[in-house]
Design a protein around this ligand. Structure first.
Ligand code: NDP
Ligand code: PMR
Length: 400
């Protein structure tokens, strides 16, 4: 077993079968921090204040049930059920693998959705759709490279050329570069993770807002995938390096590493932090969209943490040992693991479940796979930061 093999390695997980404390992690290298350090030193958050490694199971339980499960409120203003139902059109970015592909499959299988798979690698996306058995009439692959703003604009033009109503946009694609020593850059010279995960999606969502507004479909939604790792009110969000946008000075400087820093907060490059920062941007952007446009457009804006899908391509640039140990670590220790299939069903719910109509929500799921409105960290729900992020991002993508 992978975990047992790891016992003989440094930076390994060790599991003690006997005694009260049945779990401990040694050293810090592989998973970024030792659990005991996290528990003893790092975490000041009241939600996760347990001091002892021996209480880890209890702690994980606390984290997983960090917010009381609430039944999602239904927005009475949206009379979704009353309208006639044609086939909906949903655009999913990064649908060529992982969560995006599983969501495309889940939605296409219902026969109620046509999925536009917006992908940078056309052939890979076609093969992926075939490999999971999505019927031809239920999907269209269209080229989109989020690391190029020209490509985003071109995609929107091509999409309008289809003359299809656009009902739901899912901003799902992402890159994660935890082992990069130096930053890489998007076509316009933005640090790649924030350039792709945030700025590319920001432009796409802004350009498609009017198209979605015009939709007469019962579900018109704009969903931006977030993550627990960008939320410092959780244990996962306290694993160094932590997300922190600071005063956004690096972003304001263009993230190009020439005039200033490639990091949003103006600090030195760190690929893992850049990803987590980009997820904070995703969650802030969703809320800012909600505040600015929900009432006017009737669009439901939402974000989510689908669970830890430890087997996806997201970790392709991580060291092989991490990729080997991460799934069992999440399955057996944190118990935060979900399969791609289950995560796809969760995101599909946010796209099409009539009970998830409430706008401005960050959805999560409890261990029984019931959805609940989760709480975001202080930074990920900071209104002033969201406004500033919006304004700077507008300038960077050429909308202001
Ligand atoms: P994958 O790597 O499997 O999927 C990411 C997708 O994004 C791929 O299809 C990839 O395309 C695409 N992509 C990357 N760069 C670009 C680009 N420049 N233009 C267009 N598409 C691009 O990872 P996941 O499925 O895990 O990630 C999906 C989402 O889920 C992300 O937003 C991630 O942050 C989020 N998430 C994931 C979690 C997890 O545990 N895995 C947990 C929480 C959130 P290609 O196939 O060509 O590489
Ligand atoms: Mg985490 C409840 C505990 C929990 C959960 C749900 C996650 C999810 N992680 C948890 C705990 C821990 N992680 C602990 C205690 C450690 C230190 C040993 C740890 C480490 C760790 C690393 C090094 N975790 C990671 C990494 C990554 O490289 C992943 C990452 O941050 O990607 C950005 C990751 C993740 N942990 C998660 C989830 C969902 C991820 C990855 C995906 C993401 O947020 O998008």
């Amino acid at each position: 077993m992978a975990l047992q093999a790891a016992l003989s390695l440094p930076s390994a997980i060790s599991i003690h079968r006997g005694g009260k404390s049945n779990i401990s992690l040694k050293h810090s290298g592989l998973f970024g921090a030792s659990v005991s350090n996290l528990l003893k030193n790092e975490i000041k958050c009241p939600l996760i204040r347990s001091q002892e490694v021996g209480k880890m199971k209890l702690l994980f339980g606390t984290i997983r049930s960090q917010t009381a499960t609430t039944t999602p409120a239904i927005d009475q203003a949206a009379p979704e059920a009353k309208k006639t139902l044609r086939k909906g059109t949903v655009i999913i970015t990064g649908a060529s693998s992982g969560l995006g592909l599983a969501t495309a499959k889940a939605l296409a299988e219902t026969g109620k959705w046509h999925v536009i798979m917006a992908c940078r690698n056309f052939l890979k996306a076609e093969r992926a759709a075939k490999s999971v058995g999505i019927a031809k009439e239920n999907y269209t692959v269209m080229h989109l490279d989020l690391a190029s703003l020209d490509s985003v604009r071109q995609f929107v033009d091509n999409l309008r050329g289809l003359a299809r109503p656009i009902d739901v946009l899912v901003c799902n694609a992402a890159v994660y570069q935890p082992t990069a020593k130096e930053p890489s850059f998007s076509a316009e010279g933005f640090e790649l993770s924030v350039g792709t995960n945030h700025l590319g999606h920001f432009l796409l969502a802004r350009l498609l807002l009017d198209d979605i507004k015009q939709s007469d479909y019962p579900f018109k939604r704009l969903i931006i995938v977030g993550s627990i790792t960008g939320n410092t009110n959780t244990l996962a969000g306290n694993v160094p390096p932590k997300a922190n946008l600071g005063d956004l000075r690096g972003l304001a400087g263009g993230l190009n590493g020439i005039n200033g820093s490639p990091m949003i907060d103006g600090g030195d490059f760190d690929g893992a932090k850049a990803y987590k920062d980009s997820k904070v941007c995703n969650m802030l952007t969703m809320q800012e969209f909600h505040r600015r446009y929900h009432e006017e457009t009737g669009i439901t804006f939402a974000s989510l943490y689908p669970g830890c899908i430890a087997t996806t391509g997201l970790f392709r640039e991580h060291i092989p040992l991490f990729r080997l140990l991460f799934p069992p670590f999440q399955k057996y220790i944190t118990k935060g693991y979900v399969s791609e299939e289950e995560a796809g069903k969760r995101l599909a719910q946010v796209v099409s479940d009539p009970s998830l109509t409430k706008s401005g929500v960050y959805w999560s799921w409890n261990k029984n796979s019931s959805s609940f409105e989760n709480r975001l960290s202080k930074e990920a729900s900071d209104r002033e930061k969201a406004r500033k992020l919006w304004e700077i991002s507008e300038k960077l993508v050429g909308l202001a």
